[in-house]
Ligand binder design. Sequence first.
Ligand code: HXC
Ligand code: NAP
Length: 297
Amino acid sequence: MYDLMFRDGILKGKRILVTGGGTGLGEVMSEAYAQLGATVYICGRRKAVLDETAKTLSDKTKSKVTGIACDIRVAEAVDDMVAQIWADGGPLTGLVNNAAGNFISRTKDLSPRGFNAIADIVFRGSFYVTLSCGKRWIEGGNKGSVISILTTWIWNGGPFTVPSAMSKAGLNIMTKSLATEWGPHGIRLNAIAPGPFPTKGAWERLNPAASGGNTEARQTAGMARNGEMFELANLATFLMADGCDYLTGQTIAIDGGMHLAAGGNFARLAALGDAEWEAIRGQIRSANDKDKVQRSV
Ligand code: HXC
Ligand code: NAP
């Protein structure tokens, strides 16, 4: 349970889907929402991971947290999941586009499949979930709130994470475009661009040992520290709670000023050579392989 800046029960009656909510930052936001009274749905490809997180969060918070196995790259599977949620107690009130894939690589070493592995999750998958919820909200005359989890690279580029940077930049423009198009329906869209908040999923793929701890090395400017999970949870709650319905189409960085002071991206990896990149790829592949055997969809 987090020490949050909001009163207990502020999200009572809210029904929120957090994609990728079984791990990392998605789990953090799911816990905060459940702690504040919301009914929460989490999805991902590893059913056992979702079930364990859902049970832990339900036990801790006493709110209903449900795990649904769904690969957001598959538009039909997304629509089935969203229909299942609507049938289970009514419309969602909120969606967090948090699920993502990423890894550091020299762009010249990427295959088209490597690009798609990331773009299909982040760019296309997040759109499928947003569309599936949005069309139901519009048809039903319901209000809705969407938060997309981006990165600060949407403003200055993401060398060595180009498919992620391109995809997240696309979601940034989705946020602004739909804030206008769907505003008349009472649907608002905002986004959060976090700096470094260490998680297992991100650190195995962006900060493998063979990269020389590059993520830590970036902590030299601005507040020069990583984010604390409760800080993200507070911002994600502020954007989801009632009280600022007039706030839409905005992307808020929470990075201690890092991207302003020092870029906040992986530019320094330009110093690495072929042997280091080969070792990095091997370490990322072994993390991917371990996760893959746990996938149920
Ligand atoms: C180059 C690589 C690669 C690497 C994979 N590929 N790893 N290419 N360097 N290190 C290529 C493969 O060779 C293959 O292409 C293609 O990508 C697909 O590989 P798969 O392993 O089959 O992919 P898939 O099973 O679809 O898995 C997707 C994934 C994986 C993105 C690769 O990492 C994943 O599922 N990640 C989910 C969790 C995650 O990434 N979390 C981090 C989020 S952090 P070929 O052509 O060889 O077949 C984040 C920002 C954090 O987003 C910011 C911090 C500051
Ligand atoms: P993470 O724990 O690896 O989270 C990624 C989640 O997405 C996992 O739960 C994963 O579950 C899910 N996912 C991936 N592909 C999916 C698919 N096809 N369908 C459904 N779910 C899928 O990493 P994280 O650090 O918490 O990242 C969460 C979000 O924060 C991402 O959007 C990331 O870009 C963003 N972010 C993180 C940081 C940071 O410092 N940690 C900084 C900036 C932005 P499965 O593998 O089980 O599917």
